[in-house]
Design a protein around this ligand. Structure first.
Ligand SMILES: [Zn+2]
Length: 144
């Protein structure tokens, strides 16, 4: 994964700040987070918190290369709330198109267990992954 240089981040900040000034002439040298709309000064580029970081529009794990600046907290929240699910969904969709196995969790009510799905012989089969399951919950799921 290519790291975005400090120079490129600063150029983006200045470009976004200039664009913001076009619409709000009284706001100069400020960056507006596209997620939460918090305004940051140039010093936020080098601050750990509340800092401005590079956020990828499509997660890097999915080969996303388009990026923007956003608050560090927005980037972190999106990474765990949205990007992680998007990556998992994408990989699941890829698996749906091919034969092979997929590991996941089977949940019903308050019980869950680790399972491996197998798309073979024109069907969908699954088996429990004992190492990823609590036997009491597995028993509850299948009333063993
Ligand atoms: Zn933000």
């Amino acid at each position: 994964m290519a790291r975005v240089s400090k120079k490129a981040r600063r150029q983006a900040f200045e470009r976004y700040a200039a664009n913001l000034s076009l619409y709000h002439p009284s706001v100069v040298g400020q960056f507006l987070c596209p997620i939460c709309r918090t305004v940051h000064g140039l010093d936020a580029l080098d601050q750990p918190d509340p800092g401005v970081t590079v956020g990828h529009v499509v997660p890097q794990k999915l080969d996303g290369r388009v990026w923007t600046l956003e608050c560090k907290c927005c980037n972190s929240r999106l990474g765990s709330d949205a990007d992680a699910h998007l990556v998992k969904e994408h990989r699941f969709r890829q698996w749906e198109q091919a034969e092979g196995t997929w590991q996941g969790r089977l949940r019903m009510g308050d019980s869950e267990m680790g399972v491996e799905f197998d798309r073979a012989n024109a069907g969908l089969h699954f088996r429990e992954i004992a190492k990823q399951s609590d036997p009491r919950q597995s028993n509850a799921l299948f009333r063993k």
